[in-house]
Design a protein around this ligand. Structure first.
Ligand code: NOJ
Ligand code: CA
Length: 703
C-alpha cells in the first residue's frame, strides 16, 4: 500500500433538471435514482447488480406545528462528484481504510415557502449513505421536527435480526424472524428486557438492523455520524414492507430542534450478496469526519481486568461500602458508617488485581464501587446520587495510584451516573481533573435507569449531545471513554478516537441473568458492532454461576468460544472479565487471552452468516502475529480456516484452542483441547466446533 495518503476529488457538474437524476457507485454495481413526483415529494430508489433493492422511497420531514418540509419541492440544481482517499485510523481492525465514493447533491426549493433543503447521496462499492442538509436561508432559521419521513421501501419480506425500538435501551435479546412476523413477537420480546423503561408503542425496531432476502441479499440499515440529532429507529409497515424513520422524541414528543446551517446524520445501507462483506465494510466510519484530536499519542488500545464480575456472580461483593442507605452526598461522613464487610473496591483487593494484571501483561484494572453514593443509588429524590471525586474510606486513591504506577498498570475510573446527567455535567470537569491528578486516563461511564431530572430519553437529541460533550471534554483532559447504556454508536470514534468503546447491547453481564443465547454473538457483529466497537467483556471460564451461591445462571458458550470472542468481537478495549481464581485454574487456556492483540494491521473475514457462525483472522498491529476466532450458534459445525493471508514461503506455528470432543455449551462447556501445528500460507485447517462453541488460534513465525 502507498505510504502517503492518496486523495483525489473530481467534481463538479451543475445541472438544472426537472425530472429524475441518477448516478452509480465507483464499481457500477449500485445505481441510485432520485426524482420529485406527485405533489413535489422527493423519492429515491436503489438498484444493486440486476436487483431493485429499494422501490420509490420517500424523503423529507414534517415540521411542527404541522408544516410540510417534504412536498411542493422542485429541483434547483444537482451536483455530482467523486472522491477517493485512504486514511489511517488511530486504532482499528485495519491499518488503512479506503474511502471511495461517487456523490450526488440535490438542491431542492419549496414552491410556496421558498424553503431550501439539500440531500447529499453517496454511493460506495458496499452501499449507500445519504443525509439532509439544511442550508442557511433567510426564511428558515430554525425549526422543530415533528417527524422524519425517510423510508426504505423494500417491497418484499426479509428475514430480520431485530430488537424492539426503545428510547432508553438496546439491551434486548435479538430475535430472528421475518419482517412480517415482528408484530406477533414484539410484545413478548419487550417483556424480556430487564432494562426497558420507555418502550415506544409503535411497531418499530432499532438500528443497526440486519436483513437477508430469500435470494441471499444482505442489507444492513443504520446511521452514521449521529450528532445533534435524535437516534433513528424504524417503523415497520408489515403489509407493504416499508421501513421508515421514527426519531426518538423528547418528553414533549418533539423529535429535534434544528438550526439551519446544519446537517442530519447519514442514513446508511450496507449491501452485499456476501455476508462477509457486511462485516468488512468501512462505510460507517467513512461517513464520519476525520479525527478532531490532533495529538492522539495518549490514546491506547487496552486489555484490562477488573473488580467487576464479582458483583454479578452472586458471590456477595458489593459496589456499596455500607448497608446504611441513609446517606447524603456532601453531608454524610462515611467514616462514621459501619462497613458491610463485602465492599469490592477496597485497597487490599484492588492491589491483588493490580498484581495479577502486572504479572500477566494487562494494561489496566477497572475498579467499580470506589466512590461515595452506591448505598442509595436509586434515590431519585436527591440532587446528587454520587460523588465522582470522593472515594470510600477503604479505597486509598493515593496509595493505589503509587502502587499501580510502580507496577506499570493503569486503573480505569468508573462513573456510574444512574442517569443523573445534569449533575454529572456539573461534576464533569472537576472529576476529570481529579482523574488526571491521580493518574487515571480512561473512564467507564454508565447510564443505568431513566434520565433525571429532565425526563429526556437515552437516545434523544439532548442526550446524544451529552455523550459527545463528555467525550470532547474528556479529550481535553487526555481521557479515553467507554460508555455503557449510551445511545448505540454510529462511527463517531473516527472523529473522537478517545471514544474507545461502548456497550449499548447485551454484554457478558447478561450471562449472569441467563439473558444471552448461543447465537447472540454471531448476530452482534452484524448489528450493534456495525456502529463501532463494543466493550463486550468476554473471557468467562467458570460459566456455572451456582459455584458462587444462589445464582443459577449458566453461560451460553463453551470455554473456548469465550477465547474466540477476543477476535470475532472487534474492540480496541478488551476485558478479561472472569475472577482471578478461574484464570489460575486454567492457565493453558488463559495463555490465549494474555497473547491476543487488541489493535490490528489487517482483518480477514473468513466465514460468516448472521445468527449461525463467524470466523475471522486478524494480524496484530506492528507484529508478525495472527489470531483467529471462530464461533457457532447452538449448532455444531466444521469451520474451514484458510490461512492464505500469511506471507508465502514461510513456516508458522499455530496453537489451536478448541472445544473438547464432547463439549457443548449446556452440557460440557469447560472441555477443551490445546494443540500445536506447523502451517504455511497454503494450509486449510478443518476444525470442529461444538454446539454453542468456538475456537481460537494464535499463529507465530516458526523460530
Ligand atoms: C451496567 C453496566 O453495563 C455494568 O458494566 C456496570 O457494572 C453496572 N451498570 C454498574 O454501573
Ligand atoms: Ca449495561
Amino acid at each position: 500500500m502507498n505510504k502517503k495518503l492518496l486523495c483525489f476529488c473530481v467534481s463538479v457538474l451543475i445541472v438544472v433538471i426537472t425530472s429524475g437524476q441518477s448516478f452509480s457507485s465507483p464499481d457500477g454495481q449500485f445505481k441510485l435514482n432520485f426524482k420529485v413526483e406527485r405533489e413535489g415529494i422527493p423519492f429515491y430508489s436503489l438498484h444493486y447488480k440486476d436487483k431493485q433493492v429499494l422501490k420509490d422511497s420517500k424523503l423529507g420531514f414534517i415540521l411542527k406545528p404541522s408544516m410540510s418540509y417534504f412536498s411542493e419541492f422542485k429541483v434547483e440544481a444537482v451536483e455530482q462528484s467523486s472522491f477517493n482517499e485512504s486514511w489511517k485510523p488511530v486504532w482499528g481492525p485495519n491499518r488503512e481504510v479506503v474511502n471511495h465514493y461517487n456523490e450526488m447533491l440535490v438542491h431542492l426549493v419549496q414552491n410556496k415557502t421558498g424553503w431550501k433543503l439539500d440531500i447529499r447521496f453517496r454511493l460506495f462499492d458496499d452501499g449507500l449513505g445519504f443525509r439532509y442538509e439544511f442550508p442557511v436561508q433567510p426564511e428558515l432559521r430554525h425549526f422543530t421536527i415533528n417527524n422524519e419521513l425517510t423510508s426504505f421501501n423494500l417491497g418484499k419480506d426479509y428475514k430480520a435480526f431485530w430488537i424492539p425500538a426503545d428510547y432508553d435501551t438496546n439491551e434486548f435479546p435479538v430475535t430472528t424472524s421475518k419482517l412480517s412476523e415482528i408484530s406477533k413477537l414484539i410484545d413478548d420480546v419487550r417483556k424480556e428486557s430487564l432494562a426497558a423503561k420507555a418502550p415506544s408503542k409503535d411497531l418499530a425496531v432499532q438500528t443497526p438492523l440486519m436483513l437477508k432476502s430469500q435470494d441471499g441479499l444482505y442489507i444492513n440499515i443504520h446511521e452514521a455520524a449521529l450528532v445533534n440529532f435524535a437516534a433513528m429507529t424504524l417503523n415497520v409497515d408489515e403489509n407493504n414492507f416499508i421501513l421508515s424513520s421514527a426519531l426518538t422524541p423528547d418528553k414533549n414528543g418533539d423529535k429535534g430542534f434544528i438550526q439551519t446551517g446544519s446537517v442530519s446524520p447519514w442514513r446508511t445501507m450496507i449491501i452485499s450478496s456476501d455476508a462477509k462483506k457486511i462485516l468488512s465494510s468501512n462505510l460507517i466510519v467513512n461517513l464520519n469526519e476525520p479525527s478532531r484530536i490532533k495529538d492522539t499519542s495518549w490514546i491506547k488500545p487496552t486489555k484490562y481486568i477488573g473488580v467487576w464480575w464479582e458483583y454479578f456472580t452472586g458471590g456477595g461483593s458489593t459496589w456499596a461500602y455500607s448497608d446504611n442507605q441513609d446517606i447524603r452526598i456532601g453531608e454524610t461522613d462515611y467514616r462514621t458508617l459501619k462497613p458491610n464487610g463485602r465492599h469490592g473496591a477496597n485497597t487490599k483487593h484492588v492491589k491483588e488485581y493490580i498484581d495479577f494484571a502486572a504479572e500477566n501483561g494487562f494494561d489496566a484494572v477497572l475498579v467499580e464501587g470506589w466512590n461515595e453514593g452506591w448505598e442509595d443509588n436509586q434515590a431519585y429524590r436527591k440532587e446528587r446520587i454520587y460523588s465522582f471525586t470522593k472515594a470510600y474510606p477503604d479505597f486509598d486513591v493515593k496509595e493505589l495510584h503509587d502502587y499501580a504506577k510502580s507496577k506499570k498498570v493503569k486503573i480505569i475510573m468508573h462513573h456510574e451516573t444512574t442517569s443523573s446527567v445534569v449533575d454529572y455535567e456539573r461534576q464533569l470537569k472537576e472529576s476529570f481533573q481529579f482523574m488526571k491528578d491521580n493518574g487515571y486516563d480512561a473512564v467507564k461511564t454508565g447510564y443505568v435507569g431513566p434520565m433525571i431530572p429532565r425526563s429526556e430519553h437515552h437516545d434523544s437529541q439532548w442526550m446524544v449531545n451529552h455523550y459527545k460533550y463528555v467525550t470532547e471534554t474528556a479529550a481535553q483532559y487526555h481521557i479515553m471513554v467507554n460508555s455503557h447504556e449510551a445511545v448505540r454508536p454510529t462511527g463517531l470514534h473516527r472523529t473522537f478516537p478517545n471514544w474507545i468503546a461502548q456497550e449499548s447491547a447485551r454484554g457478558t453481564e447478561f450471562e449472569s441473568f441467563n439473558g444471552n443465547r448461543p447465537d447472540h454473538t454471531t448476530i452482534l457483529p452484524f448489528t450493534r458492532l456495525i456502529g463501532g466497537p463494543m466493550d463486550y467483556t468476554p473471557g468467562i471460564f467458570e460459566g456455572d454461576l451456582s459455584t458462587y451461591g444462589n445464582n443459577k445462571a449458566q453461560l451460553s458458550t463453551t470455554l473456548t468460544k469465550q477465547l474466540a470472542l477476543y477476535v470475532t468481537m472487534y474492540s480496541p478495549l478488551q476485558m478479561a472479565a472472569d475472577l482471578i481464581q478461574n484464570y489460575k485454574k486454567y492457565p493453558d487456556a488463559f495463555q490465549f487471552i494474555k497473547d491476543v492483540a487488541v489493535d490490528w494491521d489487517a482483518s480477514y473475514i473468513l466465514e460468516a452468516e448472521p445468527g449461525d457462525y463467524i470466523t475471522i483472522a486478524r494480524k496484530a498491529r506492528n507484529k508478525n502475529e495472527w489470531f483467529v476466532g471462530s464461533i457457532t450458534d447452538e449448532n455444531p459445525r466444521e469451520a474451514t480456516v484458510d490461512v492464505s493471508f500469511l506471507p508465502k514461503g514461510e513456516k508458522f506455528e499455530a496453537v489451536i484452542y478448541r472445544d473438547g470432543k464432547n463439549a457443548s455449551w449446556n452440557h460440557n462447556p469447560k472441555s477443551y483441547e490445546i494443540s500445536k501445528q506447523i502451517i504455511n500460507s497454503g494450509s486449510k485447517l478443518k476444525i470442529k466446533v461444538a454446539p454453542g462453541g468456538g475456537f481460537a488460534i494464535s499463529i507465530k513465525p516458526l523460530k
